[in-house]
Design a protein around this ligand. Structure first.
Ligand code: FES
Length: 80
């Protein structure tokens, strides 16, 4: 199962991960992936200055803005 770790530390959450989480959930719903991709909130990843941070399949992404997410998710989740 693929896993998305999204930083829910206060810095990332305030920056944009609150919005990003909604975008990810919506993306998974639309693509029918809600059952096959696990979203896990993580505590501060120790890289607040590069936030908002998340990682997908162990690949870290920094300064993730909601408009970048569809391309990132396509790349990580739709390609084998
Ligand atoms: S709050 Fe996300 S890295 Fe610190």
């Amino acid at each position: 199962m693929k896993t998305i770790h999204i930083c829910m530390g206060s810095s990332c959450f305030a920056r944009e991960n609150r919005e990003n989480l909604k975008v990810i959930e919506e993306y998974l719903r639309t693509k029918g992936l809600s059952e096959s991709v696990h979203i896990e909130g993580s505590l501060c990843m120790g890289e607040c200055s590069k936030g908002p941070n998340l990682s997908i399949n162990g690949n870290p992404y920094h300064e993730v803005h909601s408009e970048d997410l569809p391309a990132i998710l396509d790349k990580e989740l739709l390609q084998l």
